[in-house]
Design a binder for this molecule. Structure first.
Ligand SMILES: Cc1cc2nc3c(=O)[nH]c(=O)nc-3n(C[C@H](O)[C@H](O)[C@H](O)COP(=O)(O)OP(=O)(O)OC[C@H]3O[C@@H](n4cnc5c(N)ncnc54)[C@H](O)[C@@H]3O)c2cc1C
Length: 380
């Protein structure tokens, strides 16, 4: 069949077509399916193939917030949605997500750095967010494995963690059980438009998948699919590398943010060391220099890690925008909704982003103003 003839072959209309099966696409599919909306997810590889499975799984609404504003509001709303979402997902999918209100310790080697951090984050106390300053003694009684070199830190008791790979499986399975369709191996070439409205997408084999709405959730690849005339902020890949260690029993309970790395303990003795932040395009390699730096920063924080088994390394791409805000909500093209650019916090932000996208599809008022995240905003 010629390419032109093939392009005319339409598959049956799906109400909502989602491009990308990362945490964004899967969370939107679950939310739409549980609201009774017909939805199809098109994923060029398999769901969870990219950044979402590489993430450390920190739900760091407070530790990642440096000033009040729309991003902080988005993160706090999303963190609040997690406990109920986890319950629903685990019940429907039968998969345990490893959600734990672990808390996060942000630590420093110099007392002056602890004092500076407290001053910087005093706005969180004023905003009535739970936050405590720990001195050296309090720190070592909370986490005995931490280095005696540390002077103290801040304690974000309400930040949490989960296992991103389990989250991805649970979202997909639960969404499928509620009627969502997932098509792995479907490479989307472009958004199909008719009279200026998005009416579906064209796949690389020329076939069209029609829909009343298209949700673009293609992570770091989003800007490869947007119309070049559309004046949207670019989404570019920001590589992050992770080293995974294994110990016979967990050496930490809380997540620890140090000056040059963070440590994320898992209940089974695995411990993730993250991460680098590199603008190197789509180069996937894990580098010797990054592994060396991460390991030495981690061993300085927790000396006992020198004896741990090095069990894995990986890298992936955070979807970065220059103003570090996601593209979330309706675009200038009717029918096209953006759900991308969540950069360092896509796992945290998935529940609220899915609600916003589902509200946009259903013409409902979203839970917060979307202007700061408008896909057609001008980024200076
Ligand atoms: C090392 C690292 C650690 C991180 N740690 C955390 C953390 O602790 N907490 C946190 O909240 N966030 C974390 N993040 C960020 C988080 O992983 C991302 O923000 C989030 O996964 C982005 O999700 P996504 O669905 O937009 O993108 P992705 O997961 O990249 O998914 C996009 C999907 O779209 C598909 N796709 C692309 N183009 C097409 C096409 N043309 N046709 C069909 N399919 C297509 C891709 O194959 C991919 O599966 C981390 C990221 C990295 C790299």
């Amino acid at each position: 069949m010629s390419r032109r003839a093939h392009a005319r072959t339409k598959t049956p209309a799906a109400a909502v077509v989602i491009v990308g099966g990362g945490v964004m696409g899967c969370a939107a599919a679950f939310e739409l399916a549980r609201r009774g909306v017909e939805v199809t997810v098109l994923e060029r590889s398999v769901p969870g193939a990219e950044a979402s499975s590489a993430a450390a799984g920190i739900l760091g609404a407070q530790v990642e917030s440096h000033h009040p504003g729309p991003m902080t509001e988005l993160g706090l709303l999303s963190r609040k949605l997690y406990p109920a979402l986890v319950k629903d997902l685990e019940r429907v999918s039968g998969i345990s997500i490893g959600y734990r209100r672990s808390g996060v310790l942000k630590v420093a080697y110099e007392a002056s750095d602890v004092a500076r951090l407290s001053r910087e984050l005093a706005w969180q106390s004023r905003a009535k967010l739970p936050l405590a300053r720990l001195n050296k003694k309090a720190l070592s009684s909370q986490e005995a494995a931490l280095s005696p070199e540390l002077a103290g830190g801040l304690w974000f008791e309400a930040d949490a963690t989960l296992e991103p790979r389990a989250l991805l499986s649970a979202l997909r399975i639960a969404a499928e059980k509620l009627g969502a369709e997932f098509r792995s191996g479907s490479l989307v070439k472009r958004i199909a438009e008719k009279n200026g409205r998005a009416v579906g997408v064209e796949l690389d084999d020329g076939s069209l998948v029609a829909g009343s709405h298209v949700v673009l959730a293609a992570g770091s690849w989003t800007s490869l699919l947007t119309n070049s005339e559309a004046k949207m902020p670019h989404v570019v890949p920001a590589r992050g590398q992770i080293v995974e260690l294994k110990t016979s029993a967990p050496v930490l309970q809380a997540i620890v943010f140090g000056p040059d790395c963070y440590l994320v303990p898992r209940a089974d003795g695995r411990l993730l060391i993250g991460s680098t932040l590199e603008f190197v395009g789509f180069r996937r390699e894990v580098t010797a220099g990054a592994v060396a730096k991460l390991l030495s920063a981690a061993i300085r924080l927790v000396p006992a890690l020198a004896e741990a088994e090095l069990s894995a390394t990986w890298s992936s791409f955070r979807p970065y925008t220059r103003d570090e805000l996601p593209l979330l909500g309706p675009s200038a093209t009717p029918g096209l909704i953006l759900m991308s650019g969540h950069y360092r916090n896509g796992i945290l932000l998935a529940p609220i982003s899915a609600q916003i996208v589902a509200d946009c599809v259903q013409g409902k008022k979203p839970p917060l103003a979307l202007t700061p995240f408008a896909p057609d905003r001008v980024v200076k």
